[in-house]
Design a protein around this ligand. Structure first.
Ligand code: PRX
Length: 677
């Protein structure tokens, strides 16, 4: 994940050279069935109608007690939504669907091994499992509303079961991405003050059954060394009845959930009626430096926001089979695999493994076999699938009505492949821009109302009012051709409430810069700083250029690294591109361009020249890289993001730091040799 601690832009204005693409129109079949086709929604959610517009989202939920005040700003910028309301997230995602949809599939669990059977969990079955787990958490662990529990689970049904069992009790869950280390889990256990860790013995990744339990031992040791004893470790078995890890259980501390559960079979737990503003979960955002930040998300506001956006932006209907390929360990998975889709009674797919196991046709086979009609993934996965299996989608008979891209700017070339090849030219695409802190989407087109524009996220979604400020706090108007710091003018229900245990950091990092009056109780004085640079086209669409610290200043011209990378991807041989700034005596900074090629292509000086020329042609001679490095593979995080920081260190001959947590640390050495000789 991108490091978001450093927020500095020394120059007010960033010139943008990236050309605007033309519109693509959403297929009529999509529009005919869409949840939201009424353009007046933008009027309903305009700033004049703020904050009352968000009643529309709150009314998609079932409340025990209806709220009395829609937005309480008395503790600004810690805003409280739907004050006075009582609600339970587990009830809204499960119980309320039983009367009509008891036997409908809530979760399709797809194991990584193709020879293992797909599990179809009905809403009734989910209800049973969640109740039993809630009974266990309450009785065996003594957990109650407000307590925190750390989860370190892989992509299995047991993860949403555990989350929803916590939610049923008002216990605050904090899921740590399964691919993270035991040490990372320990940091989060400490920060949240969790007495319990819930994990799994093992899971499949690239065809291997990994020992995941060993990470729990590391986590408990590291937490103990820092003075915090984890009372119990609860371990789900990947194969119930058979412990699959090589690491032994620690007597008195470790317990097998599947054994414990037998005592609770048939037990039911009344959902706890939680205040709307009670925290539902923590989601830590990781950085390369500094303490992880626990983004604290609320129950009522968060659930209302993800439900509303799942309905209007994701276009989820109860009859849809929806597959978001993200990991539930990230915010995307919380909002748009678990809470949003289940609140709408959809069938949500959970896939255990990596997209290209055992071959790059796998995602499309899953889509075909389950009848997936809504697909949601990140540019990094799209680029990878485009690189290793460009012709695979055509071999399978699936039909997507809707596709999402999220997490990074998507290069127009990659967008077009997604649209034409994955979507077969028949799906609406939404490019959704948002962050862990936000709970749900900030910018995106409404798919049946606005046309698509490759590389642009679109306007603010209903009720989100972005504004671009320059460094002096002056608004950069749309169509100015200049980029600046994109902020959101108003709070919204999905926005995090604070950083767990660190209100000062919350205020400092997200609001201080453009706050008009730190004593103000008026939301208008508290624009939210996203930390991204963006440019707004004359049509109001926002193009996100990346983190403020991802901008390169070449001879006084600021170039978004993404613009350069996008230009490199126009060259047909190029699969992935990453640009890093290199210090230059004359020009200040110059870009170094790293590229990986599609299979079957080989590096050559001629190709290097062509790639370099492409940047000059697409953007201007100013964009020509110092050097094009054709590398065997990009250094990547476990979540698949390219580690530009590592490449930057190699180019600048500075210390690359600890690279052992990367998915492929071995490429770092190979690239260093290539670049530094
Ligand atoms: O820079 C933006 C980029 O990802 C950052 C947020 O990362 P994270 O908190 O990990 O959340 C990712 C999933 C919501 C943002 O500050 N980002 C996210 N979505 C997009 C994006 N950049 C461009 N286009 C997007 N659609």
């Amino acid at each position: 994940m991108a490091e978001k601690e450093i927020i500095e832009t020394s120059e007010a204005e960033i010139a943008v050279h990236w050309q605007e693409e033309g519109y693509y129109h959403v297929p009529l079949d999509f529009i005919a069935q869409a949840n939201m086709t009424d353009e007046s929604i933008y009027q309903r959610f305009s700033l004049e109608n703020f904050p009352n517009c968000f009643k529309e989202y709150a009314d998609m939920l079932d409340w025990y007690e209806y709220w009395t005040e829609i937005l309480d700003t008395s503790d600004a910028p810690c805003f409280k939504w739907f004050k006075g309301g009582k609600i339970n997230a587990s009830y809204n995602c499960i119980d309320r669907h039983l009367a009509k949809n008891r036997n409908k599939t809530a979760i399709h669990f797809v194991p990584e091994l193709e020879e293992e059977k797909v599990e179809h969990v009905t809403y009734q079955e989910l209800w049973v499992r969640v109740n039993e787990m809630a009974a266990l958490l309450q009785d065996f662990c003594g957990l109650k509303a407000g307590d925190r529990v750390t989860l370190h689970l892989p992509m299995v049904t047991e993860l949403p079961v555990t989350m929803l069992a916590c939610a049923r009790l008002g216990v605050i869950h904090s899921q740590v991405f399964g691919g993270f280390s035991g040490k990372a889990a320990a940091d989060r256990i400490l920060d949240s003050g969790s007495d319990f860790l819930i994990t799994m013995d093992g899971y499949y990744r690239g065809g291997q059954l990994l020992d995941h339990k060993e990470k729990a031992d590391v986590a408990c040791e590291a937490a103990a060394a820092a003075g915090h004893k984890v009372k119990k470790v609860l371990i789900w078995e990947r194969y119930p009845g058979k412990y699959s890890a090589a690491t032994p259980l620690v007597e008195g501390r470790d317990f097998i959930v599947n054994d414990l559960l037998k005592k609770y079979y048939g037990q039911r737990v009344e959902p706890v009626r939680m205040p709307a503003e009670a925290p539902l979960f923590l989601m830590y955002t990781s950085g390369t430096t500094g303490k992880p930040k626990g983004c604290q998300h609320s129950t009522g506001g968060y659930l209302a926001y993800v439900t509303g956006t799942s309905k209007y932006i994701q276009d989820i209907h109860p009859e849809d089979v929806y597959w978001c390929m993200a990991d539930i360990g990230w915010i995307t998975g919380h909002s748009y695999i678990v809470y949003g889709p289940l609140a709408l009674c959809a069938s949500s797919v959970i896939y255990e493994g990596i997209p290209n196991y055992p071959d790059p046709g796998r995602p499309w086979r899953i889509a075909q076999n389950l009848g997936v009609n809504i697909f949601h993934t990140a540019p990094t996965a799209i680029r990878a699938l485009r690189k290793i299996g460009p012709d695979e989608p055509a071999k399978y008979n699936y039909h997507f009505k809707h596709m999402t891209t999220v997490g990074e700017p998507i290069e127009p070339e990659v967008w077009k492949w997604y649209y034409n090849v994955v979507g077969k030219g028949k799906a609406a695409i939404v490019d959704t821009w948002w962050q862990t802190e936000n709970g749900g989407f900030l910018c995106s087109t409404l798919p049946a109302i606005k046309p698509m524009k490759p590389g642009s996220a679109g306007p603010g979604v209903p009720g989100i009012h972005p504004i671009i400020y320059d460094d002096e706090g002056k608004e950069v108007p749309k169509g100015a051709g200049k980029a600046g710091n994109i902020c959101i003018q108003n709070p919204w229900p999905g926005m995090f409430q604070t950083i767990w245990g660190d209100r000062d950091r919350f205020v400092r990092q997200y609001f201080e810069r453009y706050c008009k009056n730190p004593k103000s109780k008026d939301w208008r004085d508290w624009p939210y700083l996203t930390g991204d640079a963006a440019v707004q086209a004359p049509d109001g669409y926002y193009r996100i250029l990346g983190r403020i610290d991802d901008v390169i200043n070449v001879s006084g011209h600021r170039l978004g690294t993404k613009e350069l990378e996008s230009a490199a991807l126009v060259v047909p041989e190029v699969a992935e591109a990453a640009v890093v700034p290199v210090a230059d005596e004359i020009k200040g900074k110059v870009p170094d361009l790293y590229v990986a090629l599609k299979p079957g292509y080989h590096p050559s000086p001629e190709l290097e020249k062509r790639i370099s020329q492409a940047l000059a042609t697409e953007i201007g001679p100013i964009a020509k890289p110092r050097k094009v490095w054709i590398v065997p593979d990009m250094p990547k995080t476990r979540s698949g993001k390219i580690m530009r920081r590592v490449l930057g260190s190699i180019s600048n001959k500075t210390d690359v730091g600890d690279v052992m947590t990367l998915a492929n640390p071995e490429v770092v050495e190979a690239i260093t040799k290539m670049v530094q000789g």
